[in-house]
Design a protein around this ligand. Structure first.
Ligand code: AP5
Ligand code: MG
Length: 217
């Protein structure tokens, strides 16, 4: 099962992708998490990506596409995966589609987690993220058991550098200009499914599971 998560920054893609990956036992692949891990480890890729991320812009395709294609070629992806944050532009979607077509494969679902811009900034200011395992929390909506410590792996949580309100506004602009067109792209492939991302996060997950299980049957 190959799943793509679509949605604005802060819509809950990462939160839902983690739960999907756990339930269906497929890898959760977040390009944002991969870049953040590289930044933390001080790699050349991380240094380059940080410039764009801190400005709320997209990392150029030259740095993103090969990284993703290499990752999905790994052995652990043979039964599928859930992509979170990729593709983010029509050219990225086309590269993925071409690579899958060569293998006789395709994306099964593109799940759009729909949240209006008004809700986003409130969510971002309370977000806490784990760079070690990619888990995401919210100080009000999804708190950890122990403040500042990841429930899943015990690492210290961070506030993301790109969650400042002014950067979030820039990311929303970039989303509307470059990423939202993917909704029509995947709709035209008949794989688009939308869920109301303003609901409680467990209800959002229930809606996603209903979609995935209905079509599996
Ligand atoms: P990335 O890390 O992908 O960021 P993003 O798309 O902006 O999305 P976020 O991770 O901010 O939000 P999310 O939808 O995952 O929400 P979350 O689940 O955390 O990318 C960062 C940057 O990397 C980009 O700006 C770009 O520069 C670069 N990049 C990455 N991929 C790229 C690519 N393919 N091409 C080019 N550049 C790329 O939830 C948000 C908060 O809300 C959390 O606190 C959560 O607990 C809470 N929450 C979640 N669901 C609910 C709910 N239902 N109710 C209440 N609160 C909720
Ligand atoms: Mg995320």
């Amino acid at each position: 099962m190959k799943i793509i998560m679509l949605g604005a920054p802060g819509a809950g893609k990462g939160t839902q992708a983690k739960m999907i990956a756990d339930k269906y036992q497929i890898p959760h692949i977040s390009t944002g998490d991969i870049f953040r891990a590289n930044i933390k480890n001080g790699t050349e890729l991380g240094k380059e990506a940080k410039k764009y991320m801190d400005a709320g812009q997209l990392v150029p395709d030259e740095l993103t596409v090969k990284l993703l294609l290499d990752r999905v070629a790994n052995e652990d992806c043979k039964n599928g995966y859930v992509l979170d944050g990729f593709p983010r532009t029509i050219p990225q979607a086309e590269v993925l589609e071409n690579a899958l077509t060569k293998l006789g494969e395709k994306v099964d679902y593109a799940i759009d987690v729909d949240v209006p811009d008004e809700n986003i900034i409130r969510r971002m200011s309370g977000r806490r993220a784990c760079v070690a395992c990619g888990a995401t929390y919210h100080i009000v909506y999804n708190p950890t058991k122990e403040e500042g410590i990841c429930d899943r792996c015990g690492a210290a949580l961070i506030l993301r550098d790109d969650d400042k309100p002014e950067t979030v506004i820039k990311r929303l602009d970039v989303y509307h200009a470059q990423t939202q067109p993917l909704i029509d792209f995947y709709s035209s492939r008949n794989v688009l499914r939308s869920v109301d991302g303003t609901q409680d996060l467990m209800k959002v997950f229930e809606d996603i599971v209903a979609i995935l299980d209905a079509s599996e049957a």
